[in-house]
Design a protein around this ligand. Structure first.
Ligand code: CP
Length: 334
């Protein structure tokens, strides 16, 4: 495997094999599988789970890892192309990325969306500019419009819970958040559930529609897997018979890159906080998923997060297991 960048690059059988490998490595640890191998981790955006779970994954497989991020004691990093570097930044990303990559057998890169221009972000302009600098196998640890590690873990989480693929009803719901957040997780989650063959509803207020390009990609995946995609702003209709609600906030696509207009629109939807009243006509055991971090009392009520519907902790643990499977395949686990 030269890259783990998008679940769309893999067949459903390949994804199921990765999920099976993740479960096998959990049940039957392989502490020497990646002995002597090194994973470079470049975080240009913040993290808790991704950072910790990749380090834990490499350690559990007998390898090692190191982390570089701009807030560490490194020279100021310049990311703009064609810039005259007469300011504070002393090192350009064009040298830093290949140097960091050269110390490892694979590299993980996280670079959130710039969120200035939606076309640039849909094209993954910034992330591709980074991966074009290297020949090393790489892992997308979250880019402008993707988070494949989260999606692989989410696929496994639903398998672990026995949630059906074909016939399973999956609601991806926008939730209120005080800040305009990236589209990476909703984009990746929508595609993952569609590729799994589920009947997916994107539940969102007006102005928060997902871009056509993402909807079309998900529709193609759903068609191939026997699932379906629809959008709704009607909570009761969307939640009818749902097996899963996956909550996430994202930026207004109507006002992408316009922070004040986005804020004005989102503040009309403070009531989009998932609580028990949302589950009235869902399956009795409808589960609550979220990639974390999550704001309590803003995105979701405490009693949902702390109650039996929530699977956010095993979901987060599955990040480590899913990534162990990816690393095992990418680095030729013994
Ligand atoms: N879900 C996720 O990627 O978490 P972090 O941002 O903490 O890595």
């Amino acid at each position: 495997m030269k890259a783990f960048n998008d679940l769309a690059d893999f067949s459903n059988d390949e994804i199921k094999a990765l999920v099976a490998l993740a479960s096998r490595l959990d049940a039957h640890p392989e502490p020497d599988a990646l002995k002597g191998k090194v994973l470079s981790l470049l975080f240009l955006s913040p993290s808790l789970r991704t950072l910790a779970s990749f380090q834990a994954a490499m350690t559990r497989l007998g390898g090692g890892s190191f982390v570089i991020s701009p807030d560490m004691s490194i020279h100021g990093l310049e990311t703009r192309p064609g810039i005259v570097m007469d300011g504070t930044a002393a090192e350009h990303i064009r040298e830093a990325v290949p140097v960091i990559a050269s110390y490892g057998d694979a590299i993980g890169i996280r670079a959130f969306a710039e969120r200035k221009n939606i076309e640039d972000d849909l094209q993954e302009t910034e992330f591709t500019a980074l991966t074009d600098l290297i020949d090393t196998p790489f892992i997308n640890m979250e880019s402008a419009m993707n988070h494949p590690c989260q999606s692989l873990a989410d696929w496994k989480t639903m398998d672990d819970l026995g949630i059906p693929s074909n016939g399973g009803k999956f609601v991806l719901s926008w939730a209120y958040h005080p800040k305009a957040l990236p589209l990476a997780v909703p984009a990746a989650t929508l595609h993952m559930a569609a590729k799994r063959g589920m009947d997916v509803t994107v539940l969102r207020p007006e102005g928060f529609e997902l871009p056509d390009q993402l909807m079309q990609k998900a529709t193609a995946a759903a068609d191939a897997a026997g699932g379906s995609i629809k959008e709704s702003n009607d909570r009761d209709e969307a939640m009818q018979d749902a097996h899963v609600i996956y909550a996430k906030s994202w930026s207004s696509t109507r006002h992408y890159g316009d922070r004040l207009a986005d804020q004005k629109l989102r503040e009309q939807h403070l009531d989009w906080c998932v609580d028990e009243s949302w589950f009235g006509n869902a399956q009795d055991d409808c589960r609550f998923m979220h990639c974390l971090p999550v704001r309590r009392g803003v995105v979701v009520a405490d009693d949902i997060l702390d109650g039996p519907r929530s699977v956010v902790i095993p979901e987060a643990r599955n990040r480590m297991l899913a990534q162990m499977a990816v690393l095992h395949q990418m680095l030729g686990g013994r």
